[in-house]
Each structure stands twice: as C-alpha cells, then as structure tokens.
Design a protein around this ligand. Structure first.
Ligand SMILES: [Zn+2]
Ligand SMILES: [Zn+2]
Length: 245
C-alpha cells in the first residue's frame, strides 16, 4: 500500500497545509484516514476527490474531522461537476460520541457507517482493526493490513504499554508526537517524542513516522529524542511525504 501524508499538524494547519489526514492506496482503491482542517484542499494535490473510495475518522476533534463538512459539500456539488455518475463513498466513524458520529452523515448524500473494536472491517483491499486509546474524547487507533504491508496509526493518545502489542511488527508506525521530551501529555491524551519512540521500540516496528507535530520548537529535535530509545528508521511527517510498504 502507498501511504501519503496529506496533513500532519496538531490542532490547526499552518499556511497552505493541513491538520491530520493520511491517504492510503492499493490496487486503485483509496482511503482517506482522518479529515482535519485543510485536508479536502490538500488531498487534491495527490488524488481527485471523486476517486476517494472511503473516509475513516479516528475521533471527532476538529483537527481530525472538520473538513468532513467540506467533503459533504463536494459530494453535494459532484453531479454538477462531472457527467459520469458519482461512485459511492463510504464514511466510517465510531459511535462512542453520538453527535460526532451523526455529523459524518449528510442528507441522503453521505450515510456514515460505524466501526467498533470488536469487528475487523474490510474496506476495499484493506482490513482495519480498531483499538480504543487514551485521549480527551473517545478515539481509536487503527491497524491496517494491506496485501503487501501493515500500517499502525496511533491517532491521538497518551502512551500506554498495551498499544505496543497492537502495533507489533507493523511495517510502518504512524505515531503522534505532539510534545517534546519531558513534556507530559497524559492529561489531554498526547504522546511526546520519547514515548512515540518507545512505542516503536516495544512494538518492534520496521519504521516510525512522527506526526501530529507541535507548532513550537524544532521538529528535528523530536527525531533525535525518539532515536534515543528506538534504533529503527525515523521519519518526520511533511506534506506529501509518502512511502509504499
Ligand atoms: Zn484529538
Ligand atoms: Zn489531534
């Protein structure tokens, strides 16, 4: 599967960029994971909106879901823009926040489907397994198995040991690193760089991508700090960063 970073900013996007959004593609099937501020604009650098087959959101904070509204309006206008019938799009979220979940649906144009931690979900060529993590609101990490590789995405969470079992052996770990070494994110439910590195080390993943990056400090420092506990390859998220696993 090919993974492309559409957006990686914590909380809000910097100029011309996007908050959380990741595009995964395999055999012509495309899934957008999270749809934060700026994602609908920026994803068009990599794919036409009409070619997105599914959207999966981890939780209902604005930096992960606010552009769902923009995506709804695209679907509304799509019949005027293209002559071929629009292919269906599936939108998935969890039901642990009913208002958040209902916000994924729009008129009779988009009808959201629920996922939960008990049921693996086949979406095109991908099998998603969802895991509840520790965040200010209900939020789910995802293990995504493709034909050729396995991706684990922490979404937003503080560090806890169990997560390493869920992420074990992944070809790529996309881990949030909202904070620098020594900063404690356990209250709001975020990880710092060292915790992201520790997760990668304990899970023995092949490579680590640090994302959900803070608006302060020097991001290269996050890499150095994660490398103090993880000796695999560490990447820093950037708009358009991509990798095939
Ligand atoms: Zn969040
Ligand atoms: Zn977030």
């Amino acid at each position: 599967m090919k993974i492309t970073v559409v957006g990686f900013w914590h909380a809000y996007p910097e100029a011309g960029e996007a908050a959380s959004g990741y595009l995964i593609e395999e055999n012509g099937f495309s899934v957008l994971i999270d749809c934060g501020s700026g994602v609908v604009s920026n994803v068009q650098r990599y794919i036409k909106l009409e070619h997105i087959d599914a959207v999966v959101v981890s939780h209902y904070h604005n930096d992960h879901v606010s552009d769902i509204g923009a995506f709804h309006y695209f679907r509304l206008l799509q019949p005027y823009i293209q002559t071929a019938p629009a292919k269906p799009v599936r939108v998935f979220g969890h039901r642990d926040d009913r208002n958040g979940f209902s916000g994924l649906s729009y008129k009779n144009i988009v009808e959201a489907e629920a996922y939960d931690e008990n049921t693996p979900l086949q979406i095109g060529p991908f099998v998603f397994q969802f895991y509840p993590v520790q965040h200010a609101v209900p939020c789910f990490a995802m293990r995504i198995q493709g034909n050729s590789g396995c991706l684990f995405y922490t979404a937003d969470t503080s560090y806890f040991e169990k997560m390493a079992e869920w992420a074990e052996g992944a070809d790529l770990l996309i881990a949030e690193a909202s904070l620098y070494s020594g900063q404690d994110g356990s209250g709001p439910g975020h990880m710092n760089s060292v915790e992201a590195g520790r997760l990668a080390a304990h899970a023995e993943v092949k490579e680590l991508l640090l994302t959900h990056l803070p608006h302060f400090g020097n991001h290269q420092q996050l890499v150095k700090e994660a490398a103090s506990v993880y000796d695999g390859m560490i990447h820093l998220a950037a708009s358009g960063w991509n990798k095939t696993i």
